[in-house]
Design a protein around this ligand. Structure first.
Ligand code: SF4
Ligand code: SF4
Length: 342
């Protein structure tokens, strides 16, 4: 099962797809090198977004002149027709292309439909008519909206978080998409960095022959890991199942996935790291999170204005200010040697 077809779009691609959010964090030269290596290694599907700063520009630089060899999915967070067209033209220009394979509404608060008064779905139809986009998709983190999107029959792909930490109800979406011949693009297969065993994450994904995981890749070493799975796909062995069960027990309930949708914070708190520091520091080498810079980052939690902006924007319904407080209290204990890390 090395290839995946995204429902009625007919897009068939290697099951290792590239999530281009993290390449924002590296310079142009490194990003271009990684993207080209990904293509050389068999990756043909690249997912980005207008919101991911210069990610589209990096993809444009990497693949100029070979557009027909790859698939590009990007997203607009616009909520008015005017912003929609501005975003689309900007994306086309930065990506150095005249069409986008899948154009997605990026985490909209409603499932846009024709005649709903917003004019947004009509923009998609018009863009398709003009040949600027080939397929219409939607991304979301909310279960209810995801169901509405599938039930509407208006969208060709749904992008939704899927990992071995997903609930049964979330996993049901994959089967529902299959039944309705809709493509399923799986984001956050590593749950924002909390899943540290990529082989286990990959093995979990192989159970779903219609879900295309877009692996968020920033470093060449990460890319190499995923490319190595092409010839030697990790199996869902008893050992891996045990690890998944252990992680599920450890990472249940109210935990921050690090998505960053609640940012920017007016007090400049790096919420996507600070609100899950207790997990990060215990699930990855702790010294990375104990540097003077990391301590400074955590200290900013003291400046929280309790404005509630973050909680109101968290797609997981988390009480973010409370989570920040808890994580900071734990962090201070770690610094004082009163709490354990690995
Ligand atoms: S409640 Fe605190 S952490 Fe959240 S956005 Fe406001 S200042 Fe930032
Ligand atoms: S608090 Fe919520 S929105 Fe903010 S980074 Fe964590 S999961 Fe994402």
């Amino acid at each position: 099962m090395a290839q995946i077809t995204l429902g009625s779009t007919g897009i068939t691609t290697d099951r290792n797809a590239f999530g281009a959010l993290p390449i924002q964090r590296v310079n142009m030269e490194t990003a271009v090198k990684i993207l080209r290596k990904a293509y050389a290694g068999g990756m043909t599907f690249f997912d980005t977004a207008r919101m991911y700063s210069d990610s589209e520009e990096k993809i444009g630089q990497a693949f100029a002149g070979m557009r027909e060899k790859i698939f590009i999915a990007t997203k607009t967070h616009s909520n008015t027709p005017e912003k929609f067209w501005k975003d689309l033209e900007t994306s086309l220009s930065l990506l150095k292309t005249d069409y986008i394979d899948i154009y997605q509404f990026h985490w909209p608060s409603v499932c846009y439909k024709p005649g709903d008064g917003s004019g947004m779905y009509e923009c998609m139809l018009e863009a398709k008519k003009q040949g600027k986009i080939r397929h219409i998709g939607l991304t979301n983190h909310k279960l209810g909206l995801a169901h509405e999107c599938i039930d509407s029959g208006l969208y060709e792909t749904l992008q939704y978080p899927l990992s071995y930490l997903s609930s049964e109800k979330e996993i049901e979406l994959v089967g529902k998409c299959k039944k309705t011949d809709m493509g399923f693009i799986a984001m956050k297969a590593l749950s924002g960095g909390l899943i540290t065993d990529s082989a286990a994450a990959y093995a979990f994904m192989t159970q779903y022959d219609n879900a295309l995981p877009i692996w968020g890749i920033q470093r060449e070493t990460e890319l190499d890991e995923f490319l190595s799975y092409k010839d030697n796909p990790p199996q869902l062995t008893g050992e891996r199942r045990a690890l998944i069960e252990k992680d599920k027990q450890e990472l249940t309930g109210e935990f921050c996935r690090g998505c960053g949708y609640c940012m920017p914070c007016p007090a400049e708190i790096e919420i996507n790291n600070c609100a899950r520091m207790s997990l990060l520091i215990r699930r990855s080498p702790s010294e990375n999170w104990l540097t003077p810079k990391a301590q400074e980052m955590m200290k900013k939690v003291e400046g929280c204005l309790a404005c509630g902006k973050c909680a109101s924007q968290c797609p997981y319904g988390l009480d973010t200010p409370e989570l920040l407080k808890k994580n900071y209290a734990d962090y201070k204990k770690i610094l004082a040697g009163e709490a354990e890390v690995k």
